[in-house]
Design a protein around this ligand. Structure first.
Ligand SMILES: Cc1ncc(COP(=O)(O)O)c(C=O)c1O
Length: 406
């Protein structure tokens, strides 16, 4: 529906006042959440990762569909509350929680995943209430995957407690703290094969089984398997569906789905990324020895990772004429540059694409997750306009402005 979105948005004058916008296909988002729900046991808490897309009204749609929310900071807890999430359905994962934040989360009944053994000591010092719900993040140490900067399961990762180096200390913690009842694993984000994701969860469950076999330790009541399911940014990428992931988990670790433990997931990218389309008017086109350069109105401010690590964070781009019709035919080696004051501010580098004219539009696909949540204020450019797009029963598109915090 992306071509249709662009043509209709132009026709409705949405680019008359400002040259660019981000569109989120809400029907698609809800469909993907329904797929996630269907793939896992019905009582799974799907705590959607707020960091992927912190727009309150979008999160509210998911909360209304039964989602919980995963917060990586106290600010995200506030976003989750605004989106209507009950405190009992919020999972708090920051690696830098202060004593005061821990105190507030404990007493609100928020589920806390501690990041390290010192944090457990801190929590103990706060005399957790009887009904406190606390887990500890383990690092399953399965290796880096394809993208170093988002890998979280190497020996040197900054997240969680290494299962290889600290297994004994972790077991000791389950003996010492009777309020510690959960294990958390998030093996990586994009760049990981299905086998690696499953292996990360398997190591976590094997450890949970060891804890349960220890008569001196409190049993593991909750397993949080994090997120990390990759999406196909490149047309050649073949990525697993959520049903394949769930089937692989069920095959490899049958008691993950059938045992008495509570199950939590924290999906972000897989839900949101394919639902977003960023569209900018092409302001100028100039020549260079390396081919034409089209200047548009977003760059590293929206696509931080793409600008700095273009090979890891590829996005598909299409070129459209002034009425939104997709251009095809003769291709050139096109570079698409953002508006910011540094030369690495590039969205695409020497891509085989049709040559645009000023007044055309460039559309960057799969931009629904980890884009404006990483928005950079560099050059003081206006915060993105975001529109939620839906199809009515009569197949007409509706565009609803979505503002942060509402
Ligand atoms: C702890 C944790 N949970 C969940 C997520 C969401 O991961 P993804 O968006 O890859 O599904 C992340 C992402 O960084 C994370 O760090």
């Amino acid at each position: 529906m992306s071509d249709n979105i662009i043509e209709t948005a132009i026709e409705r004058g949405l680019f008359d006042d400002a040259p660019w916008a981000l569109f989120i296909d809400i029907d698609r988002l809800q469909h993907r959440f329904a797929l996630l729900n269907d793939a896992f046991p019905a009582d799974t808490l799907h705590a959607v990762a707020v960091k992927a897309n912190p727009l309150v009204s979008l999160l509210r749609q998911l909360v209304d569909q039964g989602a919980g929310l995963e917060a990586a900071s106290f600010g995200e807890i506030e976003v989750a509350r605004l989106a209507g999430a009950d405190d009992h359905r919020i999972v708090y994962d920051s690696p830098a929680k202060t004593v005061e934040e821990l105190q507030r989360a404990l007493h609100a009944g928020i589920y806390i995943n501690a990041d390290n053994l010192s944090e457990l000591q801190r929590i103990d010092g706060l005399n957790p209430p009887e009904d406190a719900r606390v887990g500890i993040r383990i690092n399953p140490v399965i290796g880096a995957g394809d993208i170093e900067a988002t890998s979280v399961a190497t020996k040197a990762s900054k997240f969680g407690v290494s299962l290889t180096r600290n297994r004994r200390a972790l077991l000791e913690a389950f003996r010492r703290y009777d309020w510690l009842r959960g294990l958390h694993v998030h093996t990586g984000s994009q760049g990981l094969e299905l086998d690696a994701l499953v292996e990360g969860v398997k190591r976590c469950i094997d450890f949970a089984d060891d804890i349960d076999a220890d008569p001196a330790a409190a049993p593991v009541e909750t397993i949080d398997i994090g997120g990390g399911l990759p999406v196909a940014y490149h047309p050649h990428d073949e990525t697993p569906g959520v049903d394949q992931y769930a089937t692989a988990l069920r095959d490899e670790i049958p008691h993950l789905f059938s045992g008495p433990r509570n199950l939590i997931t924290e999906f972000g990218r897989w839900l949101f990324a394919p639902c977003g389309l960023a569209v900018s008017r092409v302001e100028y086109v100039k020549e260079s020895p390396a081919g034409p350069i089209a200047t548009i109105h977003f760059g590293a401010d929206l696509l931080l990772r793409t600008a700095y690590r273009p090979d890891d964070w590829y996005h598909r781009v299409t070129i459209h004429d002034g009425d939104g019709r997709r251009r095809s035919g003769d291709e050139t080696q096109l570079t698409i540059a953002g508006p910011l004051c540094f030369s690495g501010d590039l969205v695409a580098r020497r891509r085989p694409l049709p040559r645009p004219q000023p007044g055309d539009f460039a559309a960057v696909h799969d931009t629904g997750g980890y884009t404006f949540s990483m928005w950079s204020r560099y050059c003081s450019r206006a915060f993105p306009r975001v529109f939620g797009v839906r199809k009515t029963a009569a197949e007409a598109l509706t565009f609803q402005p979505l503002h942060p915090g509402e």
